[in-house]
Design a protein around this ligand. Structure first.
Ligand code: SF4
Length: 651
């Protein structure tokens, strides 16, 4: 299957066995700037799954490149050993390995311990997103960093990697030099197109000079930074054309966006609101202008999409990075035509880039084994096959059933509703959230293929427990919407957000106030939904703003939707009552009343209460009772799925 995607590709002097790659992405599986055993296990799982090329995450080429506290560094020879072990692990499975050479310039996050370096850039032009005012580099500093690219490349070659790419994407340092809106230098590194290209040209030449023939040198660049003052597609094509003509690059890897603005940064890991493969036309423009292979990244989730992009000549290889985070075995399954077994990424960003932004190790909400390979791979199998009942077919129950069945147990999952999926079935009905439903399809498929039986319309109770004679019960009975005690006078219309989403609530015309507690999908989602239906909507949040609990890019996309739909927001308020046409709130900072008049209905998104009675009923009836998901404590799908995995792994 997929003959174009699974044909070899020669890049420089190196032949990739197929055209699926894992592009460079931060993992937080780094310690003291070095490769860890966890990072090796993470990449080895993808190599074992059949990926053709692994591009290891960015490595700083100079001390001023430490843009987070968990960035890899290639500034001295002590990095070689870790990279060597990583390369050997990937090579064992036939994958090639490239490294990324990196300097962020002005795109430096504040460090947690106050030790972030002074930001160096082409000019003293501030970054809008991180609020950083950099310092213009001197000629000597430029030479130092240029030399750093070469020295780092030499180390990575010594470690046995097959190549490196210079990261000029997403508005990082080389892009800052290229960009006339950032680079206002008047010396030889600024001015016209040739001057602005000089830094990148010298960095690539330094890599070539320090590594010699046979070692691949690539360029990673945003085909368009899609930002108000970012690099345009025309400037990028021009730069790539010149570098190709000068023989400085063996391939160009095209992505989109810029770290400098939030609207540009969204494209670093585009959320599910972006269409699949939307950056392919940018790659195609570069490919039409140069002679070396072009790779593309940008929500290429499925092998069908990648095959099409390559077949149409838009790119020579596809970065399917989140597809591999979600399912490391995806290339093998695709090449064997087992596409229905692929656990497709849904673009939620929660545990991959979302974890990076919060400073903890990479994972996947659907596949919590990611980033935890050493903890969950090769667990000892149980000595005895047990009869396991799972009560509840939400994400926690489905994952628990899948894992228990894969461990050889006799598993039956009972779901009281007509369909499995729990709250995900509702979440997928919200604007921009349709793909979320894929998580249910994936988890259900995983459970069934592992041999679990799924019975819908069946509630586990005392009688069923006595009849089933199970050895173990996993309670995953979920949660119900929480209704805080509010002072209600004169019969106000008060509705639950989930009933509104479900379409079972009778929402009046007129002004609707949504009272959101958690700052996740429900409050902002229901507000956008109602506003799109033509209602005047006010979204009141307990926290500092709407969607506070969402991953930054997903939040940005949702806030943009809310702005377009005309949703008005009122932050830092908690609801305390309502009457026929007024909603009463209290400011969480001043404790003053906040009164909203002319209200037709108050919609509550105030979190959930766990449903856990079954655990009590089961004690004494079943040998072992375990609990997973919202019935323990209501929280995210990610936490529920991890708990399902953890609980079932103990059986
Ligand atoms: Fe995809 Fe979400 Fe998993 Fe990230 S966490 S890999 S976006 S499914």
């Amino acid at each position: 299957a997929f003959p174009h995607l699974f044909s070899p590709l020669t890049v420089g002097g190196v032949t990739l066995k197929n055209r699926v790659l894992s592009s460079g992405h931060d993992t937080v599986l780094v310690e003291d700037g070095k490769v860890t055993d966890d990072l090796i296990a993470y990449h080895e799982a993808r190599a074992e799954g059949g990926v053709g090329l692994i591009v290891v995450q960015v490595a700083g080429v100079h001390e001023t490149a430490r843009y987070t506290t968990h960035v890899l560094m290639a500034t001295d020879d002590s990095c070689v050993e870790g990279y060597r072990r990583l390369a050997e692990a990937a090579h064992r499975h036939g994958a090639k390995v490239f490294g990324q050479l990196f300097h962020p310039g002005r795109e430096i996050l504040e460090s947690r311990d106050g030790s972030a370096p002074v930001a160096w850039s082409a000019s003293a032009t501030p970054s809008e997103r991180f609020h950083v005012m950099p310092r213009a580099m001197t000629g000597a500093e430029i030479r130092e960093v240029v030399d750093g690219y070469g020295e780092a490349a030499r180390r990575l070659r010594e470690a046995g990697l097959d190549g490196v790419e210079v990261v000029a994407s997403h508005g990082y340092l080389p892009a800052q030099f290229l960009n006339p809106q950032v680079n206002v230098r008047t010396d030889g590194y600024g001015g016209d197109a040739d001057g602005r290209l000089r830094f990148l040209r010298e960095a690539l030449a330094s890599v070539r000079a320090h590594t010699g023939p046979g070692f691949v040198t690539g360029l990673r660049i945003s085909g368009d930074e899609l930002s108000h003052d970012g690099l345009t597609a025309a400037l990028v094509v021009e730069a790539a054309t010149r570098l190709d003509r000068e023989g400085l690059v063996d391939y160009v890897s095209v992505c989109a966006g810029s770290s400098a603005t939030i609207s540009g940064a969204v494209h670093i890991a585009p959320p599910m609101t972006q269409p699949a493969g939307y950056t392919a036309p940018l790659a195609a423009r570069v490919r039409a202008a140069i002679g070396v292979p072009v790779m593309v990244a940008g929500r290429v989730n499925q092998p069908q999409e990648a095959e099409q992009i390559i077949k149409e000549g838009q790119a020579d290889a596809c970065a399917m990075t989140r597809a591999l985070i979600c399912d490391p075995a995806m290339p093998g399954k695709a090449s064997e035509g087992r596409t229905e077994e692929i656990r497709a990424c849904i673009g939620c960003n929660q545990a991959c880039i979302g974890h990076f932004q919060r400073g903890y190790p990479i994972s996947c909400i659907q596949h919590p084994e990611t980033g935890r390979e050493r903890r969950f791979t090769g667990l000892p199998m149980p000595t005895r096959r047990r009869r396991v009942l799972v009560a509840g077919g939400g994400p926690a129950g489905l994952k628990a059933a899948a894992v228990a069945a894969a461990r050889g147990h006799d598993v039956t999952l009972h779901e009281a509703g007509r369909r499995v999926g729990g709250q995900v079935l509702l979440a997928q009905l919200l604007p921009g959230r349709a793909e979320f439903g894929g998580a249910v399809t994936n988890l259900e498929g995983e459970a069934r293929r592992a041999g679990a039986r799924i019975v819908t319309g069946s509630r586990v109770d005392a009688e069923l427990l006595d009849r089933a004679g199970a050895d173990a019960l996993i309670v995953a009975t979920g949660a119900v919407p929480r209704r805080p005690a509010l002072e209600l006078l004169d019969d106000p219309v008060v509705l639950d957000a989930w009933d509104v989403v479900r379409g079972t609530a009778d929402v009046p015309k007129g002004r609707i106030v949504v009272a959101d507690w958690r700052g996740d999908w429900i409050g902002i989602g229901v507000a956008v939904q109602l506003a799109r239906q033509g209602r005047k909507v006010t979204l009141c949040t307990t926290g500092f703003g709407a969607g506070e609990h969402l991953q930054q890019y997903v939040r940005a996309a949702m806030l943009a939707e809310a702005a377009r739909a005309g949703v008005e927001t009122v932050p830092t308020v908690r609801p305390y009552g309502a009457d026929a046409d007024t909603a009463y709130f209290q400011h969480t900072l001043t404790e003053e009343p906040v009164i909203i008049e002319g209200v037709a209905a108050l919609v509550l998104a105030q979190g959930h209460d766990p449903v856990s009675e079954l655990a009590e009923t089961a004690r004494g009836r079943v040998g072992e009772v375990l609990m997973a998901g919202d019935c323990v404590s209501p929280r995210t799908v990610e936490e529920a799925v991890l708990e399902g995995l953890t609980v079932a792994s103990s059986l």
